[in-house]
Design a protein around this ligand. Structure first.
Ligand SMILES: CC(C)(COP(=O)(O)OP(=O)(O)OC[C@H]1O[C@@H](n2cnc3c(N)ncnc32)[C@H](O)[C@@H]1OP(=O)(O)O)[C@@H](O)C(=O)NCCC(=O)NCCS
Length: 177
């Protein structure tokens, strides 16, 4: 019954399509979840987490999409895209003076996930963790540790925040509405 969580609210993101799904948001900041509901049925979820080296040295402007999952019978209907879009709207975007990034680490054999992130508007396919390390060594290090990516063949995507900064709260809860 995760939608009984006291802090959950229905999303007001105006960019959603009219696919009759409700979206709920749980928490903010440190552990940020979004769930897609069809009626009372949970049909998808996604989670955005802070990126930190050894779980301690937090990279202020870098986040990681830890999970995107959509019920098999409802895939290819845009739910995954809307979940990730919701998460990206929580992070300050390029027009902000302090833009944030979300990283996604995808198994190289997960063709659906590769196509999915490639389709996400501003997503940039950075490549292997070595390629990430060439420009962002701390990010590569943190992703390697937090995603257990050392012995996996992975592809890394970088997605830019799309919000205006007003959605993100450092203390880890939703702004009262
Ligand atoms: C990856 C996943 C989350 C995508 O969710 P989804 O709701 O089906 O994705 P969307 O409908 O929003 O797809 C958006 C776009 O991504 C691409 N895409 C998504 N799934 C695809 C697939 N199986 N094959 C090819 N392209 C795909 C398409 O371009 C699609 O747009 P289109 O349908 O208009 O062509 C879903 O397949 C899933 O839950 N997979 C299992 C968990 C997983 O691997 N998660 C990712 C790693 S954490």
């Amino acid at each position: 019954m995760i939608w009984d969580a006291p802090s959950c609210t229905r999303s007001k993101n105006p960019s959603y399509s009219e696919n009759a799904l409700g979206f709920l948001r749980f928490g903010q900041g440190y552990a940020s979840y979004v769930a897609a509901l069809k009626g009372q049925e949970l049909v998808g979820c996604a989670q955005l987490g802070r990126l930190a080296v050894c779980g301690y040295f937090v990279l202020r402007c870098d986040f990681v999409i830890n999970l995107v999952l959509v019920a098999p019978s409802l895939r290819r209907k845009g739910i995954g895209r809307e979940l990730v879009t919701e998460l990206l709207h929580r992070l300050p975007g390029e027009e902000s003076s302090d833009p944030f990034r979300a990283w996604a680490v995808v198994d190289a054999h997960n063709q659906a996930a590769l196509e999915f992130f490639a389709s996400m508007g501003s997503a940039q396919r950075v490549g292997t963790l070595s390629e990430v390390a060439a420009t962002s060594p701390l990010v590569a290090f943190a992703l390697t540790l937090s995603q257990g990516a050392l012995f996996r063949d992975v592809v890394v995507y970088q997605l830019n925040g799309r919000g205006d900064g007003s959605e993100y709260l450092w203390k880890g809860r939703l702004r009262e509405t």
